[in-house]
Design a protein. Sequence first.
Length: 255
Amino acid sequence: MYRVLDHPLLLFALSFLILWLAARFGASFLRRWIKLDPDAHRDFATILAATLTLNGLIIGFTFSMATGRYEQRKNYEEAEANAIGTEFVRTDLMAATDATQVRMLLQAYIDQRLAFYRAGSAQELQQIQTRTSQLQMQLWSAARGTAAAQPTAIGSLVISGMNDVLNSQGYTDFSWWNRIPPAAWFLMAAIAVISHMLIGYGAQNTRKESILMGVLPFIVSLAFLLIADIDSPRSGIIRVAPRDLTALSESIHAR
């Protein structure tokens, strides 16, 4: 399911084709099988309007879900940069040898987190995750050694900051896995197909009606494209740029 959603342009083409065919199916076949009585036109118009309204509401609700997840990914990127930057400053409280080691590890860790945002393949992402886990173990071991050597409030502060660094990475990864559920996509697609079949069923066999039957599928497909683009962390045009992590990396390397 997510393989198609990770390619918004492909989803747009498939959506437009399916919805246009649904409208043509309603106009060509349903009208032959089920005759619409003249007295039922008003009831049919009410059902069509309700179906289109429901379709619009579902699209709006799904778009809200996508934007909420996008904002969540942005917030966690900022929180992760703040956690790493705070811990980098707190290394001044450590012994000189330990501080140098932790700073080097944090620099390498930031590079891996930046690579996480820019990874384009599953194999590359797996390598980044493996390297990140190794660096986390080394960072925690260094912080734990400082806390054991300095069982004071300073040691607790270093441990607390390192814990925030490790937790922020987990929150970020979770936000990237948190996609719109497939059930929501199926529901939205099903209502869209039914509404287009009804549009085709109620349309007249005129050139103007044929043109109009292509407009709504195009608009709805554009909405699907935008939702999929926002909901796909690693594909499409709208992505979360690691601006805070990039600024932190430049600041640390300058220092």
